[in-house]
Design a protein around this ligand. Structure first.
Ligand SMILES: [Cu+2]
Length: 117
């Protein structure tokens, strides 16, 4: 019986420690540089169609589909989304983005550019 009580006690300490470590890590993530952009998507383009961030930035792009569903996909980074994309810019370069959803005859020409410096 004593062993069971000690076991439960140790388990409680371990679980508490995990929560403390998790919260600590969560707080440090909030201190990172988060860059949020609002991009309007329309037939057949984006506004803005050029976004610049720094390497290491956490990037959030909110996509405002103004007429029909468009979205953004950045094949070189393996990212896509219809309403929002979130990622950490861990690679420098210029990355072209495209429309995610077939939206009409100009769909293939819809693009924008992400520059990571
Ligand atoms: Cu499209």
């Amino acid at each position: 019986m004593k062993k069971v009580i000690i076991g439960v006690f140790i388990l409680a300490i371990v679980i508490t420690s995990i929560f403390v470590v998790k919260n600590f890590t969560g707080n440090s993530v909030k201190n990172e540089d988060v860059k949020t952009f609002n991009v309007k998507a329309f037939r057949f383009g984006y506004s803005p169609d050029l976004i610049e961030v720094n390497k290491g930035d956490k990037v959030v792009i909110e996509i405002e589909n103004t007429d029909t569903l468009h979205g953004i996909r950045i094949p070189d980074l393996g990212i896509k989304g219809n309403e929002v994309i979130e990622f950490t810019a861990d690679k420098t370069g210029e990355f072209t983005w495209y429309c995610t959803n077939m939206c009409g005859e100009g769909h293939m020409q819809m693009q924008g550019k992400l520059i990571v410096k």
